[in-house]
Design a protein around this ligand. Structure first.
Ligand SMILES: Nc1ncnc2c1ncn2[C@@H]1O[C@H](COP(=O)(O)OP(=O)(O)OP(=O)(O)O)[C@@H](O)[C@H]1O
Length: 257
């Protein structure tokens, strides 16, 4: 149940500026997909929104500057699942996902039945139940990725930032994850911002797409407005055709020369 506003956001590393003057608004329960070629600044944009890299400009959640919120308030306002997370590899899957509940725990810092229920339900939906007691270090890449997402979803933040959430997931697990995110969005009004290379999945799940090129907004609109062969040829140097599934969803198909 949160609106995210980004105003004139610029960010980078040391002396180099990577993204410049990005502005956008995502309404409560909205889903914005960030797309763009390699190195265009998608991950940097998410990190800047999350306040994890040096930036200029403003990020507001429900009209409140994110930078002004205390840690716990901030963790309830905004959750972030990075593309390459630092994992406490000795933890079990359950204990790791429970960490996502930290901003909701009472003064004693003990998890209650609601926290355990939230975690159990997420493990079930992400096909992790049989791995619940396994150490993170023993998981496959796709299993670990699902644990990282389960932790971010357990946080139940108003705004959820997902950096390439389907990386390393097979098509079935990718769909299960995106369906689950869609459900949270509909049931809890979670506002979602996600980077994705898979343009077909991006078009099927995101309501709007923002195309970054060299750190600037090159296009923004509905998937049909942004994913045109002309725009993709110009921004990705790609030859593609746009097909449609029987229910009308776009499929971005590469065309061999
Ligand atoms: N920690 C860092 N220090 C210095 N430069 C960085 C750092 N992280 C990213 N960059 C640079 O910033 C630019 C944008 O990187 P970013 O990861 O945001 O792009 P991206 O669009 O997410 O790329 P990809 O599609 O390849 O994941 C790249 O040129 C990259 O080399």
């Amino acid at each position: 149940m949160s609106t995210l506003e980004v105003h004139g956001l610029s960010a980078g590393y040391r002396r180099s500026t990577v993204i410049s003057d990005v502005s956008t608004t995502v309404d409560t329960g909205g889903w914005l997909g960030i797309i763009g070629p390699n190195g265009s600044g998608k991950s940097t944009l998410l990190k800047a929104v999350a306040g994890l890299v040096r930036h200029d400009g403003h990020v507001l959640v429900d009209g409140r500057p994110l930078a002004s919120l205390r840690r716990r308030e901030r963790a309830r306002a905004l959750g972030y699942a990075p593309q390459i997370p630092q994992l406490p590899i000795g933890l079990t899957v359950t204990d790791y996902v429970l960490l996502g509940r930290t901003p909701h725990l009472g003064v004693l810092g003990r998890e209650g039945p609601t926290d355990l229920d939230v975690v159990r339900a997420l493990l079930e939906r992400l096909d992790l139940t049989r791995l619940a007691d396994r150490a993170l270090s023993t998981l496959s890449g796709g299993e670990r990725q699902r644990a990282v997402l389960a932790r971010a979803l357990a946080q139940r933040a108003g705004v959820l930032l997902l950096d390439e959430p389907t990386t390393g997931l097979d098509v079935g697990h990718a769909q299960a994850l995106l369906d689950l995110v869609d459900e949270l969005r509909r049931e809890l009004g979670t506002t979602v911002v996600m980077t994705l290379h898979d343009l077909t999945l991006a078009a099927q799940y995101a309501e709007r797409l923002l195309l970054l090129d060299e750190g600037r907004v090159a296009a923004e609109g509905t998937p049909a407005e942004v994913l045109t062969p002309a725009i993709l040829a110009e921004r990705y140097t790609a030859r593609v055709t746009v097909l449609h599934t029987p229910d009308g969803a776009p499929v971005i198909a590469p065309v061999r020369a």
